[in-house]
Design a protein around this ligand. Sequence first.
Ligand code: ACO
Length: 334
Amino acid sequence: MAMTFAPVRAAIQGLGVCIPTRILTNDDLARMVDTTDEWITARTGIKRRHLAGPDESTSDLAIVAAERALADAKVSAEDLDLIIVGTATPDMFFPATACLVQERIGAKRSGAFDLLAACSSFVYGLITAGQMIQAGVVRRVLVIGAETLSRLIDWEDRRTCVLIGDGAGAAVLGPATDGRGIQSGMVGADGSAGDVLKVTAGGSRMPITNEAIERKLHRAYMDGQAVFKLAVRAVPDLIRKTVERAGWRLEDVDLFVPHQANLRIIESMRDQLKVPLEKFVVNIEEYGNTSAASVPLALWEAVQAGRIKDGDRIVLAAFGGGFTYAACTIVWGR
Ligand code: ACO
């Protein structure tokens, strides 16, 4: 009998996270740099952040999140066809962190690669994996956003060190049933704004030398105000277009899960889109900016809190260094 294969959407079948146990409060930071709990809370909405221990690397966090996501999806590691790790803080240049995860979880049949779109990496990864499932190239993909920004930050620079946290979130993607799954996705970039958020030294342009270390060029540099403006200008429009491509109206969306960089950025997006407060997930208070891990962490928390049910219309949206942007729409459920 002849069989036809209709393109199938990709659904999130399981989620898992890894939240490091070490906590750094604003008061702890006020003892390290010239800052206060009041300043950090008022300007960013952050109260605490979780940091990886000295022996914990990005892959260690990724593996914990991955195993929890596989258990949640009831999928065995051997059933995975592909692992994508979105990260700007890999264990090392190569092998890719995805290969380290592949080995440690025993995903023997799986391909593996890293994807770097800074804080947008997880959403970029979901869209990439979703398309590969839809094209029939792969069936089950593990998409991970994992980050140890604490290793890149200058802990003497109050402009950046108060903002970040470490963590990992993972999603198992597989073929969706009954119209659920990823409905639309958009990725964008503006390389002309690459200088607003960067780590200058450590790559082929400028290897790490004593001079680079003295000038702290191996640490993350950020023009905070420029990042702020780029994000509030670009992301609402990206969300509008992605929602339109799904054939939805903004009012149809049950929950928005934005990248958690600054509470004021999220509030500005919410105001521009004229969406009620309760439709935006905000957990920045607890984690700070965990870069690629932020969207899966926020999504996981929303699921845990019972804020997402089968059939709900969800929007994920992120922005980050590069400059990069990504958004996708999902009808929740397997
Ligand atoms: N504590 C106290 N004062 C501070 C601190 C701090 N931690 N950081 C900066 N200040 C001071 C500044 O030196 C400045 O003082 P001055 O007026 O005497 O020069 C004053 O506070 C105001 O600084 P602004 O930069 O104007 O403050 P702003 O309101 O723009 O907030 C912030 C800064 C929080 C960084 C904001 O711009 C922001 O969130 N931007 C987006 C950041 C982001 O999303 N980054 C993404 C990735 S994070 C990463 O990868 C490092």
